[in-house]
Design a protein around this ligand. Structure first.
Ligand SMILES: C[S@@+](CC[C@H](N)C(=O)[O-])C[C@H]1O[C@@H](n2cnc3c(N)ncnc32)[C@H](O)[C@@H]1O
Length: 281
């Protein structure tokens, strides 16, 4: 059988759908665009009738097999969009999530009209938060990303180069341990999934790094350490902005209050979940 772009995408999306993958058509398109070296999946539609070589079909088949086994598209293509920028990702590094873009908005709002501030992204992973802030706000501030994972820091380093943000400093440390005060902003999407969480998707559990996901028994173990460390290192009036899991905002508010933080706010994501908690010292 002679496959074309159109017939192959149709067949691959049927296969992925049979495996229970909800985004079957989108994934089939993203993977074919990747296999053919197209800049985006829109190009598939202008090449719909294009006949494919046996080699192209075989390469694509291998990608579909990986996706059918649950591997996330971003690990197969090696990239993920975040805030309109493309970030490199690989196994061992969390795939940036759209809801995390809210953290960027909260920090940008706080920094409006300010200059010369020090912004620290704790648990930077791919670097998506701190590099996006650097892209949006430019050189008026100092940017630091910390992580405990060497793979994460290697990927963040690649991303800072790709995005021309070599000024973003990357530090291997436990949370804020080796960061010199005063810090103006602590922003973090920390690991906050409770161990044994039944709501966590199988493919996330199977493919994404445990160190990026799990925050101990109740999900709050990392946050519980990060809040007092942040209070210690932040300047007076400095901001803390934390991404939290569904149903964790109230508990995080209590932890912040206990430490002396003021002006605590909840910020909802597009699903109406209190996703970011912010406060000032
Ligand atoms: C949920 S991921 C967030 C990654 C990235 N900031 C994002 O939003 O896509 C949490 C990150 O925290 C890092 N991490 C976990 N424990 C840490 C610790 N004690 N100190 C520093 N980083 C830590 C993980 O390696 C991971 O990269």
């Amino acid at each position: 059988m002679k496959w074309t772009v159109g017939t192959l995408v149709k067949r691959a999306s049927e296969i992925l759908k049979e495996r229970g993958i909800k985004t079957a058509r989108l994934d089939a398109e993203l993977l074919l665009a990747h296999a053919l070296g197209f800049p985006d999946r829109v190009k598939l539609y202008t090449e719909f009738e294009k006949p494919l070589t046996e080699e192209e079909v075989e390469n694509y088949r291998k990608l579909i097999v990986r996706r059918a086994k649950g591997e996330p598209v971003a690990y197969i293509t090696g990239k993920k969009e975040f805030y309109g920028y493309t970030f490199r990702v690989e196994k061992g590094v969390l795939i940036p999530r759209p809801e995390t873009e809210l953290l960027v908005d909260v920090v940008v709002e706080y920094l409006k009209g300010k200059e010369g501030k020090t912004v620290v992204d704790v648990g930077t992973g791919s670097g998506c938060i701190i590099i996006t802030l650097c892209k949006l706000l430019g050189r008026t501030h100092r940017y630091i990303g910390t992580d405990i994972s060497s793979i994460a820091l290697k990927v963040a380093d690649k991303n800072r180069r790709i995005h021309g943000c070599k000024d973003v400093k990357l530090v291997k440390t436990d949370l804020l341990k080796s960061i010199e005060p005063p810090v103006s902003v602590v922003v973090s999407n920390p690991p906050y999934v409770p161990l044994g969480d039944r709501k966590l998707e199988e493919s996330v559990k199977k493919f994404e790094p445990a160190v990026a996901l799990f925050g101990g028994k109740d999900g709050l173990e990392v946050i519980r350490r990060l809040i007092p460390q942040s209070y210690e290192k932040l300047e007076t009036g400095g901001l803390i902005a934390l991404e939290v899991g569904e149903g964790q905002a109230e508990a995080v508010k209590e932890l912040l209050e206990l430490c002396g933080f003021k002006g605590i706010k909840f910020h909802k994501d597009i699903s109406g979940i209190d996703r970011v908690v912010s406060a000032v010292k």
